[in-house]
Write a protein of this length. Structure first.
Length: 608
């Protein structure tokens, strides 16, 4: 999980590279480095730590003249974060320099062979192996060397490469790691993600597996590993160029939380045409929808948590049985998939390695697949039989907020569509559902604007050692996400439990002063969850409750209450998660942590 960027053109390359890396630092921030060809040598500067260290070392790029270069921000996989292991990596003479996102799985075998041939290694990285392999195969033709390496390197990789002998070219390669090419008016670029190039161009092309891009100042060529020249189409990105900037907010995470009303509205309206649900990229006839025997939702992290909520929504609205799987476990359990089932893969980036592998497994078995993704042109978007896009725009903070909310909307709308086609939802019921859905943006905005109460409460618990979240049904799904948010950015030990499971052992963890956050949005489960609140209070817990307006009975048993507006029971996650996101955010701020870049985490997990 690293970010790479490259530039060749009329501008000075170093400032462009550093600017691009600032938009990719969410992908890794253990170390960073850039390499720029100045007409005589390829000069390399790299350092451990945040990108700001590199900016200071290079005086924001001013000390590295040249019009072609590559850059990298790292999330360490092979070798500890230090200057030596930082990218770019290079051959002994520094005539070949590369940056790499991904993992070379057979690097030890390749390294041993190279050492037998006299090559010496100075880093612990798998990337340095690629640099020396390129050196070994290079006989004057960069493409020949690159192809030979691609035939021998196993694993996932996106590479940016400069050859000193060919200073008018920048090479890019992709296999299972995201990589885009941008076509600008004064130069061309490569990057791991769109935000890195938006300042310079909106015309991008997504490199596919086994493809090579050859960039010059005013031209871009593409070919395959098998030497076939190919033509590729460029896509115009319509994102607001300011979407990757903080816009006056202290942190990206806070900005992205406040973007949720717009994101929810935009995603919702993208499914509607004249008041009817239209999902053009779900290539299924009504008869095929009626035949669906089972839904499998496969995802990781927060996307998995939207699936836990969606299980209740699909089963309740469409009456289709649902299983929710962690993508990292899906294919290893050898799942039994009915031929009339559908596998829904949820991934913000569309490049999540485990989710891609689950998609491949489903397709290998001949099962219909549907992707819910935020990134146009991503691997899952291209490879799934059908795709639904969430209109969240770029999300920079590592801990997701607005993308999570957009994924929930996508699930709601697909469930409504399936329910109507299968005769489980009447036109009257649909109108009521839609009325509640259209209220969500305004309700979310209201909750965000009343954040002071959450901020005040969070300051009291910034020093907490353990926090437990409990809920039943959809409230349990909300608890899972709330717990993850807190542990991701505050480093407080946090767990989520189905409230009914407390008595089966976990209640032994409750002691005087322990904070328990109880979620109560499912009216038919109020009494059950209140009984669980009483159980933990009896053992000394302090209870924060998040519940619906009107549930005043909670005040008899809870110590601190947050109320959310009334909505349909299936949509409560979209509201209840807002104060819990804010709670995690303000706890992290109170502890003085870097909210946007929590330790050991990266945004797009492109390795298994």
């Amino acid at each position: 999980m690293c970010g790479i960027v490259g530039y060749i053109g009329l501008r000075q390359a170093a400032p462009v590279l550093l600017d691009g890396l600032t938009k990719l630092e969410y992908r890794g921030y253990d170390s960073a480095g850039i390499a720029v060809y100045d007409g005589k040598e390829i000069n390399i500067v790299k350092s451990k730590g945040r990108l700001q260290v590199l900016c200071e070392l290079t005086h924001d790029g001013e000390t590295l003249p040249g019009h072609v270069g590559i850059g990298h921000t790292r999330w360490a996989t092979h070798g500890e974060p230090n200057d030596v292991n930082s990218h770019p990596q290079f051959n002994e003479s520094r005539s070949i320099v590369i940056v790499h996102n991904g993992i070379i799985e057979n690097y030890m075998h390749l390294k041993t062979r190279l050492m037998d041939k006299g090559y010496k290694f100075i880093s612990e990285t798998d990337t340095e192996v690629i640099a020396h392999m390129l050196d070994y195969y290079y006989k004057g033709d960069p493409l020949e060397a690159i192809r030979k390496v691609m035939h021998r390197a196993e694993g996932a990789y996106a590479l940016g490469i400069i050859f000193k002998d060919h200073p008018d070219k920048l090479y890019a390669v992709r296999k299972d790691s995201p990589l885009i090419v941008g076509k600008g008016s004064d130069g061309n670029l490569i990057a791991s993600d769109v935000p890195a190039v938006l300042k310079y161009t909106r015309d991008v092309c997504f490199i596919l597996n086994g493809e090579i891009a050859i960039l010059s100042r005013d031209d871009i060529e593409f070919c395959t590993i098998d030497e076939d020249r190919i033509d590729k189409e460029f896509t115009k990105i319509e994102w607001d160029v300011n979407a990757a900037d903080k816009g006056g907010y202290e942190h990206f995470m806070l900005k992205e939380m406040f973007e949720q009303p717009v994101v929810v509205r935009d995603t919702l309206e993208s499914f509607l045409e004249d008041g009817k649900i239209v999902i053009p990229d779900v290539k299924m006839s009504d008869d095929e929808i009626k035949k669906i025997s089972k839904i499998y939702i496969v995802a990781c992290g927060s996307a998995y948590h939207t699936g836990v909520t969606a299980k209740y929504v699909y089963e309740g609205m469409a009456r289709i049985p649902v299983e929710v799987d962690l993508a990292s476990e899906f294919r290893y359990r050898d799942p039994i998939l009915d031929k009339d089932s559908i596998v829904i893969i949820v991934s913000q980036s569309g490049e999540t390695a485990d989710s891609k592998a689950a998609l491949e497994e489903a397709k290998r078995r001949g099962i219909r697949t549907l992707g819910i993704v935020n990134a146009i042109g991503s691997s899952i978007a291209r490879d799934a039989d059908s795709v639904v896009y969430t209109l969240a725009g770029p999300e920079i903070a590592v801990a997701t907020t607005k993308a999570y909310s957009a994924q929930l909307i996508a699930h709601y709308m697909i469930a409504l569509k399936f329910g109507m086609v299968r005769g489980q939802i009447s036109d009257k019921d649909f109108d009521l559902y839609l009325k509640d859905l259209r209220k969500l943006p305004e309700q979310i905005e209201m909750l965000l604007n009343n954040r002071e109460k959450i901020q005040h409460f969070a300051t009291r618990y910034a020093a907490a050692k353990d926090v437990f979240f409990i809920g039943r049904g959809i409230d349990y799904a909300i608890s899972l996400e709330a717990s993850l948010k807190l542990k991701e950015i505050s480093y407080i030990h946090s767990e989520a439990y189905a409230a009914g499971e407390l008595k089966h052992g976990t209640i032994s963890l409750i002691e005087d002063g322990t904070l328990v956050a109880a979620v109560l949005t499912q009216e038919d489960l109020y009494k059950k969850t209140i009984s669980n609140i009483v159980e933990v209070k009896t053992r000394g817990a302090f209870v924060l409750s998040v519940t619906n307006e009107g549930n005043t009975d909670i005040e008899k048993s809870s110590d601190y209450n947050i109320y959310i507006p009334q909505t349909n029971k299936y949509f409560t996650n979209s509201l209840a998660i807002i104060p819990l996101q804010l709670f995690a955010y303000y706890v992290s701020v109170g502890k003085g942590y870097d909210v946007d870049k929590p330790r050991n985490l990266a945004k797009s997990v492109t390795v298994e």
